[in-house]
Ligand binder design. Structure first.
Ligand code: SAM
Length: 307
């Protein structure tokens, strides 16, 4: 088993040895607190032998926590220095693993695996921008667990929910504000595009607040954990693309009533009113009061007219 998780001293040492200077543009704030790592792993309900995808493993804080819990991890990292260092760090903590330099993925991303004595893969490192990953090596993952890079956290969530239908659960650490937006119910102040789009795929709730001191370097925002559980999309005959186009239009001008906000996608304000009424949504309402089912009904009405 893992002898220890990474603390402040080990994180600094690893960064120093590898010559890593954390960059803001890649959201590189590394977790230096084992308690936070264990909380994330616990809230993800990771089970032994489960295939888990981690985005942005960084120096390996969370990766080691996931491996300690018995998960097999496929980790996608954009920074080549960090991706190269990760198998070495993990091999040092989990003795007996053999390193295999694998074929690139179908997306062309380099892959390194660590397998145990039985030939079973415990860690697979994919060097890539997560948003460019369309295929993951190995068995389909059932959970995504990550301390997400803040600048791409919402796109990563939505992209992985869409591309990897095998994902049942996601437990991610994001900027506190983003957590609020993703988990917001209709009618609340923070309800917006990320809330509706996340609700198309999953039910989301904010499960914890995380202070700044668990990171190195210390970020200038608070963080929070969000748990998403996949659900069936609304049972309405409409595509994801049609619904999301209506959602984007509805929130593009936040203060506008839906009848004018949707005039563009509907063709005219009159057509928007007809579709809204047929969908059972008040044309005078604003986007922030409509739930994902409401948007799906409106999109279905507009799609019927367009056909
Ligand atoms: N998981 C580590 C931890 O908890 O200490 C690091 C988390 S750090 C907030 C975000 C990580 O995501 C960094 O390692 C960064 O290099 C990586 N990253 C940033 N943008 C990425 C992207 N588009 N695709 C994959 N990894 C990315």
């Amino acid at each position: 088993s893992v002898t220890s998780l990474l603390g402040p001293a080990q994180i600094r040492e690893l960064a120093e040895q590898a010559g890593i200077r954390p960059t803001k543009t890649l959201g590189q704030n590394f977790v230096i607190d084992a308690g936070t790592v264990r909380k994330i792993v616990r809230q993800a309900d990771v089970v032994v032998g489960e295939r888990v995808v981690e985005i942005g493993p960084g120096l390996g804080s969370l990766t080691l926590g996931l491996l300690e819990a018995g998960a097999d991890v496929v980790a996608v990292e954009i920074d080549p220095v960090l991706a190269r260092l990760l198998p070495t760090t993990v091999a040092r903590h989990l003795p007996g693993l053999e390193r295999v330099d694998d074929e690139p993925t179908a997306d062309g991303a380099p892959v390194v695996r660590l397998r145990d004595a039985e030939g079973h893969d415990r860690l697979t490192v994919v060097l890539s921008d997560a948003l460019d990953v369309h295929v993951l090596p190995g068995p389909p993952p059932t959970a995504l667990v990550a301390n997400l890079p803040y600048n791409v956290s919402v796109p990563v969530l939505l992209t992985f929910l869409e591309r990897f239908a095998s994902l049942e659960r996601l437990l991610v650490m994001v900027q506190a504000e983003v957590a609020d937006r993703v988990a917001a119910p209709p009618g609340s102040r923070t309800y917006g595009v990320p809330s509706v789009k996340a609700a198309w795929w999953a039910s989301a709730r904010r499960t914890a607040t995380v202070g700044r001191s668990v990171f190195w370097p210390v970020p200038n925002v608070d963080s929070a954990l969000v748990r998403l559980d996949r659900r069936e999309p609304p049972a309405i005959p409409v595509t994801r693309g049609e619904v999301f186009a209506v959602v984007d239009a509805a929130f593009a001008q936040r203060r506008k009533m839906l009848r004018s906000a949707l005039a563009g996608v509907a063709g005219s304000s009159e057509a928007a009113v007809t579709a809204l009424v047929a969908a059972g949504v008040d044309p005078q309402a604003r986007g922030e009061t409509v739930d994902v089912e409401g948007f799906a009904r409106v999109a279905a009405q507009l799609a019927v007219v367009a056909r």
